[in-house]
Design a binder for this molecule. Structure first.
Ligand code: GLU
Length: 481
């Protein structure tokens, strides 16, 4: 690939206030594709729809992309040679190109009011026809147009779709697509408020920003013919296209809020790790190919293996159990120090005091095999901080002669131990068992009750390790007498 054809791809969200999982995947595929090809990944904010403006949406979007590690080479906050990267700051550019289209006869003014358009649609619906603009304003004379413009009648600019022909294109994922142009609407390009529509702004920017490949959601496939007409009208090359299939609920309907969380932020909040989310989303509709049955891939491996040709054309089912499993794998194998840092806010939120860092680290070590996401940490950790008084039934168990014998023996063995580590407590219990002849529940229950005031819980070796020698001795001694 020579320098001129260097890959440039973009993620072009319209900020809605949160990052939908589908958009996250689109961003990720663009990112992986750019990094794999040593190209550029660009963030462009498509914010020309004033009615959909949401306060703080852009900041939030940028934050989530950064948290997810999808760093871009050009964009609103990092700059670049092709800016501005906010469409709302490019309005003059769109107007200029739109005027060019009007001059060359590729677009035309139309003056219908909302009511007239509604009526047009109503009649078409009644007649069972496709609802679209009836192209009436194409037939206005030059003078009629001039007069209306001069007297300030509100107008839009529409695309003059070439009739009686076909648009053909090849999508990297969907294959060949063909459509008769008579079925294509004379799309509004410039709205009456002077803002461009998505179609006009998107095509102009993709061209001016040198985009070589458009990778985006399948819902935009139907817009492609209009875009190709625009590229042709401008005399520009059409970028290569790849329309990524939808993400589906398990019942094969489109992933929706009603069936699961759809905002990336929600998953991050629950304590899914970014590495697990990246891994999981990458495998949603893409696979690394034959001979690769693994499911766990680092971002670097994904970059190395990614190819857009291997994206499946069928919808990808979002399987939350698989995400839970994958996240638990990442938690199990994560760098412990980092996992501690990530877990502390969750533990604190659950009311657990983490100021004793040595203990916190041991707790996280102990619970990492039992949680699938970080918001489960407090519930699993609680037992290591418990020291309640026992109920009558439990007091009876711990107060009987056998229990006392077990506790005394254990105390004496513990006293000669330097410190408790993750492996050396259980052998002590075996020794106690041998010497006292007490086994099973009679052996374990008094120890468990003394250490946690609970009858069930994690392995005793783990509990003793987390509490540490002094604390274990203190608790055992409380019940020895
Ligand atoms: N602004 C569109 C969106 O919100 C971009 C579609 C495209 O990538 O062309 O998804």
């Amino acid at each position: 690939m020579d320098n001129n054809s260097k890959v440039r791809v973009r993620f072009a969200p319209s900020p809605t206030g949160y990052l939908h999982l589908g958009s996250l995947r689109t961003a990720l595929f663009n990112y992986l594709f750019a990094r794999h090809n040593k190209g550029k990944f660009i963030l462009r904010i498509e914010d020309t729809d004033q009615s959909r403006k949401v306060e703080g949406a852009v900041e939030n979007l940028i934050n989530v992309l950064k948290t997810m590690g999808l760093d871009y080479d050009e964009g609103p906050d990092v700059g670049g040679d092709y800016g501005p990267y906010f469409q709302s700051e490019r309005l003059e550019i769109y107007k200029k190109y739109c005027s060019g289209l009007l001059e060359k006869g590729y677009a035309y003014y139309a003056f219908e009011t909302e009511q007239e358009l509604d009526e047009m649609r109503r009649v078409q619906q009644m007649q069972g026809r496709q609802t679209m603009y009836n192209r009436r304003a194409r037939h206005l004379t030059e003078n009629e147009v001039k007069e209306k413009l001069a007297s300030g009648v509100p107008y839009v600019v529409r695309l003059k779709v070439p009739l009686d022909t076909e648009i053909k294109f090849t999508d990297i994922i969907r294959g060949n697509v063909k459509i008769e142009t008579n079925l294509i609407d004379d799309q509004v390009l410039l709205k009456s408020d002077g803002y461009p529509t998505y179609h006009l702004a998107n095509v102009i920017d993709d061209h001016l920003m040198g985009i070589t490949h458009i990778i985006r959601g399948e819902e935009w496939l139907t817009s492609v013919p209009k875009h190709i007409i625009l590229y042709n009208a401008f005399g520009w090359d059409v970028p290569k296209m790849a329309h990524v299939p939808l993400i589906l609920n398990p019942d094969k309907t489109k992933l929706s809020k009603r069936q699961s969380d759809v905002a990336t932020e929600d998953y991050l909040k629950k304590g899914f790790l970014k590495e697990a989310l990246v891994n999981f989303m990458a495998l949603l509709g893409w696979n690394p190919g034959e001979g690769e049955s693994r499911e766990i891939f680092s971002k670097e491996e994904l970059i190395r293996l990614f190819s857009i040709e291997r994206v499946n054309s069928a919808g990808a089912v979002f399987n939350i159990e698989k995400l839970n499993w994958m996240n638990s794998e990442y938690i199990k194998n994560y760098d412990l120090e980092k996992l501690v840092d990530l877990s502390i806010p969750y533990l604190n939120k659950g009311g657990i005091d983490t100021s004793d860092l040595v203990k916190t680290k041991r707790v996280v070590f102990a619970i990492r095999n039992y949680i699938s996401k970080l918001d489960e940490a407090p519930q699993q950790a609680r037992v290591y901080y418990k020291n309640d008084s026992l109920n009558d039934e439990q007091k009876k168990i711990i107060g009987n002669e056998t229990s006392k014998r077990v506790l005394s023996l254990l105390i004496s063995k513990l006293e000669s131990l330097l410190e408790i580590n993750a492996d050396n407590f259980k052998p002590l219990l075996s020794e106690v068992q041998k010497e006292s002849g007490v086994k099973g529940k009679d052996l374990f229950m008094p120890v468990r009750l003394a250490l946690t005031s609970e009858e069930h819980g994690p392995e005793l070796g783990l509990i003793a390790y987390v509490l540490g020698k002094n604390e274990v001795l203190n608790r055992l001694k409380t019940f020895q007498k």
